[in-house]
Design a protein around this ligand. Structure first.
Ligand SMILES: *Cc1c(COP(=O)(O)O)cnc(C)c1O
Length: 395
C-alpha cells in the first residue's frame, strides 16, 4: 500500500488519466529507420526526428564502434578535469567549420546546452527577452540564470522592440533568445528582423536551432546560414539528437563566448563528458554533411511531395515551412483515435495535445525523413486518406 504522504501522486495521475493527458510509452525494438518495430509491430515511421536517416547510417555505426574500441565505454570524468577526449575537440572543430562559426562546445544534450549557455551570460541584474512559444529547455535555462524574463509575442519583432524599449533601461544587460524552427508548427523565427531589433538596443542574441540543424540552410548548416547572418548571431544552440541522428548538444558562435562557457557552464564543469562512441558517430555525421548535400536535398524533396499530397487530400497541414508536418485535427480525442487507427493500419504517427500544443489545436505531427522512399510516402498517404475518410476528416 502506498504511504499516506504519497497519496497525492495517485490523485494527480488519476486526474491526468481522466483528462486524456497520460503519456503511454511505446517501446521500440529496431533502429528508427523508414520502418521500425514498435510494440512488436512493423510500422512505417513518420514519428522520429531522424530527418536525414543518419541514426542507422553504416558510417555512423562504424565510427561509433571504432571510437568505442579506441577510447573505451565512458570517459569517467567531466570535460574540465580529465574527460576531454581528442575526439571531442575534433568534433567541435568540425562543427565550427561546418557552420562557419569561430568555435563550438559539445555538451551532453540540446536540453543541457541551454542550461550551459544562458546562466553564464545573464544574472540577477539582467533581462531575457523570450519568444512566447520557446522550448521548455530555453525556459528552464532562462529560469536558472535568475535574470528577469520578459516574454514577447510569438515571432513578433515589433512586440520585441516595444518590450525592449519598455524594460531594458531597468537592467544591466539583455539577451534575446528564440527557437529557430518551432517544433509543433514547423514555422521559422524571423531571425533577420529579431537581429535588427537586438542590434538597435545592443542586446546579446541566441537562437536554439534544434530542428533546423541539418535541415535549414545550405546542406543543413542551420537557420543562421538560411538567413545569411553569419558572424552576427552571438550563440547558436544545436542538437546532435535530431537530424544528426545521435545524441548531444552543441553551442556554436563567437570564440569569446565559447571560451567563457568552458570556464563557467555548469553542465560542462559538473556532469560527465559524452561517451566516445556517441562523439565518434556525431563526427561522422558532420563529415557526411560536409561532403554532400544529397540527404538534405532528398529530405526537402520528400517534404514537398508529402505536404502537397496531404493538402490535395483535404487535410489542414498548418503553416509549416519545414519538414515538420502538423495534421490539424482540433479535438484531442479525435487526434488520439486517428493515431491509433493509423497504427492499426501500419503507420506510426503520434497525436499531440495539451499541454504540448494549445487546447483545441490537437494534431498528428508527421516528421518527414530522407530515409523514406517514394513507396513509403505513398503507403503513408494512402493510410491517412483511408483513416481520414473513415473519421470524416478529409474528402
Ligand atoms: C529537441 C529540442 C531540444 C532538446 O534537444 P536534446 O538534444 O534532445 O536534449 C532543445 N531545444 C529545442 C528547441 C528542441 O526542439
Amino acid at each position: 500500500m502506498t504511504e499516506g504522504k504519497l497519496h497525492w501522486i495517485e490523485e494527480d495521475v488519476a486526474d491526468l488519466k481522466e483528462r486524456g493527458l497520460i503519456i503511454n510509452l511505446r517501446t521500440i525494438a529496431s533502429p528508427p529507420g523508414a520502418w521500425m518495430t514498435v510494440d512488436g509491430k512493423n510500422v512505417l515511421n513518420l514519428c522520429t526526428n531522424n530527418y536525414l536517416g543518419l541514426a542507422n547510417h553504416p558510417r555512423l555505426v562504424q565510427a561509433a564502434q571504432t571510437a568505442l574500441e579506441t577510447y573505451g565505454a565512458g570517459p569517467t570524468a567531466v570535460r574540465s578535469i580529465a574527460g576531454t577526449l581528442a575526439l571531442h575537440r575534433e568534433l567541435e572543430t568540425a562543427m565550427a567549420d561546418f557552420k562557419h562559426v569561430e568555435d563550438a562546445l559539445y555538451v551532453q544534450s540540446g536540453f543541457l546546452a541551454n542550461q550551459a549557455a544562458i546562466p553564464p551570460l545573464v544574472g540577477k541584474e539582467d533581462v531575457i527577452f523570450s519568444d512566447r512559444l520557446n522550448h521548455a529547455s530555453i525556459i528552464d535555462g532562462a529560469r536558472l540564470s535568475r535574470a528577469k524574463i520578459i516574454v514577447y509575442e510569438h515571432s513578433d519583432p515589433d512586440d520585441l522592440a516595444a518590450k525592449v524599449e519598455e524594460h531594458l533601461t531597468h537592467y544591466r544587460r539583455g539577451l534575446v533568445v528564440t527557437d529557430g524552427v518551432f517544433s509543433m508548427d514547423g514555422d521559422v523565427a524571423p531571425l533577420d528582423k529579431l537581429y535588427d531589433v537586438a542590434e538597435t538596443y545592443g542586446l546579446m542574441t541566441m537562437v536554439d536551432d534544434a530542428h533546423g540543424e541539418g535541415v535549414l540552410g545550405h546542406g543543413g548548416r542551420g537557420i543562421v546560414d538560411h538567413f545569411g547572418l553569419h558572424g552576427k548571431f552571438d550563440v547558436e544552440i544545436g542538437t546532435f539528437s535530431k537530424a544528426f541522428g545521435v545524441v548531444g548538444g552543441v553551442i556554436a558562435g563567437k570564440k569569446v563566448i565559447i571560451d567563457y562557457l568552458r570556464q563557467k557552464a555548469r553542465p560542462f564543469l559538473f556532469s560527465n563528458a559524452v561517451t566516445a562512441a556517441d562523439t565518434g558517430a556525431c563526427l561522422a555525421a558532420v563529415q557526411l554533411l560536409t561532403e554532400s548535400t544529397e540527404l538534405v536535398d532528398r529530405l526537402w524533396a520528400n517534404t514537398e511531395f508529402f505536404k502537397g499530397e496531404m493538402a490535395a487530400l483535404g487535410f489542414d497541414v498548418g503553416h509549416s515551412v519545414t519538414p515538420i508536418t502538423p495534421v490539424m485535427l482540433g479535438d484531442v480525442k479525435l487526434a488520439k483515435t486517428f493515431s491509433a487507427r493509423l497504427f492499426d493500419e501500419g503507420v506510426f504517427a503520434m497525436a499531440l495535445g495539451f499541454p504540448t500544443v494549445p487546447e483545441g489545436l490537437a494534431r498528428i505531427r508527421v516528421m518527414v525523413s530522407a530515409s523514406l522512399a517514394k513507396d513509403d510516402l505513398e503507403f503513408g498517404l494512402e493510410k491517412f486518406a483511408k483513416v481520414g475518410r473513415e473519421l470524416g476528416v478529409s474528402a
